[in-house]
Design a protein around this ligand. Structure first.
Ligand code: PLP
Length: 355
């Protein structure tokens, strides 16, 4: 730390993203990216747009917001775009929480939330998940706090139904409920159909996971127009051109070809079911994931040991040091070939451990 760094941030521990090795020597199952590249139309849209890089991007992202608004049956005023959904979460925490509106979130969830609380100096409560890592809806009803929930949750993959989300939203009318749906396209129920009925619901989604555009950094949120206006006040005070031209073009082409994305999601769900079954055969405990990853605990090998042994064998997965989940590894569901390599390596490791 330099002697110039503001004391406000002296205690800030930044978020640690999953490893991004720059040589492609790994079967990369650690950051929940899609194994499928974007379709050719998206690549063409990006390269066409790159010819206009001397010009700023549209600060309103109007074309993409209009396209998304039709896709989801809302008005463009109910939609905001972000440089990844992480940026929208940042705006939302800043906008809808403070000393009198503390944040409540599960003890096991996306690691970026506590970092944002620390960055913005927001009081926050971590509500323990049940023993089986499921979220107890009643813990969030009538809470009187700004609620942040990932649905499906990360890194467990477990999801709440729309009805359960609605109970939480309806019982906290004085506070915003932020539902982070980064993984919703892999088989969970979106809360999007509720946004017209609840002015305190903000639904956040991303192009990173189900639409093969993690590198484009493109996310969006849908909610009541007044909530979105608040987020725009902050966005335009921080980074009005927050989404670059090429990502706007990529997003537009991607939504126009959403069948491609949905077909890939179906493939991932099939591969998920197969992999979960295979892991269960080998004695792993694996919650019923609705996301593009599996959270798996082996009776024979600890989480960190498994992570390391897999890495030595060229397969990258994610391990978290947090006490309650340190026996688990989180495995991104990739292509069928990748899943076969993973299981082959797991078999080698378990075999070695038992001799
Ligand atoms: C990946 C992820 C995000 C961030 O996505 P970006 O749009 O790439 O910033 C947000 N929330 C959760 C729970 C995630 O896993």
């Amino acid at each position: 730390m330099s002697r110039y760094f503001s004391g406000r941030f002296a205690a800030l521990t930044p978020y640690v993203p999953g490893e991004q090795p720059q040589d492609m020597q790994y079967v990369k199952l650690n950051t929940n990216e899609s194994p499928f590249p974007p379709p050719q139309v998206v690549l063409d849209a990006v390269s066409g747009e790159s010819a206009c890089l001397q010009l700023y991007s549209d600060p309103d992202g109007r074309k993409l917001r209009e396209k998304l608004s039709v896709r989801f049956g809302v008005s463009p005023e109910q939609l905001i775009l972000g440089n990844g959904s992480d940026e929208i979460l940042y705006f939302a925490f800043m906008a809808f929480a403070d000393d009198t509106h503390p944040i409540a979130m599960p003890d096991i969830s996306y690691g970026f939330y506590p970092v944002l609380c620390s960055l913005l100096n927001l009081p926050n409560e971590r509500i323990p998940l049940r023993e089986d890592l499921s979220l107890a809806v009643e813990d969030y009803c009538g809470l009187g706090k700004t609620v942040v929930i990932a649905n499906p949750n990360a890194p467990t993959g477990l999801a709440l139904s729309r009805k359960e989300i609605e109970r939480i939203v309806a019982s906290n009318p004085e506070h915003v409920v932020i539902v982070d749906e980064a993984y919703v396209d892999f088989g969970a129920e979106s809360a999007l159909p509720l946004v017209d009925r609840y002015d305190n619901l903000l639904v956040v989604q991303t192009f990173s996971k189900s639409r093969s555009l993690a590198g484009a950094r493109l996310g969006f949120a849908v909610g009541n127009a007044a909530l979105i206006a608040d987020l725009n006040t902050l966005r335009c005070s921080i980074n009005p051109y927050n989404v670059n031209r090429m990502s706007l073009a990529a997003g537009l082409a991607s939504v126009e070809n959403d069948e491609y994305n949905l077909a890939n999601c179906r493939t991932i769900m099939e591969n998920r079911a197969w992999t979960r079954e295979q892991l269960a055969k080998r004695g792993f405990q694996v919650p019923d994931s609705r996301a593009n990853f599996l959270f798996a605990k082996s009776p024979a090998a600890g989480g960190e040991a498994l992570y390391k042994s897999l890495k030595e064998r060229g397969v990258l997965v994610r391990h978290f040091g947090q006490e309650r989940i340190r026996d688990y590894i989180r495995i991104t569901v990739g292509s069928a070939d990748q899943m076969e390599v993973l299981l082959k390596k797991i078999d080698e490791i378990l075999e070695e451990a038992s001799t």
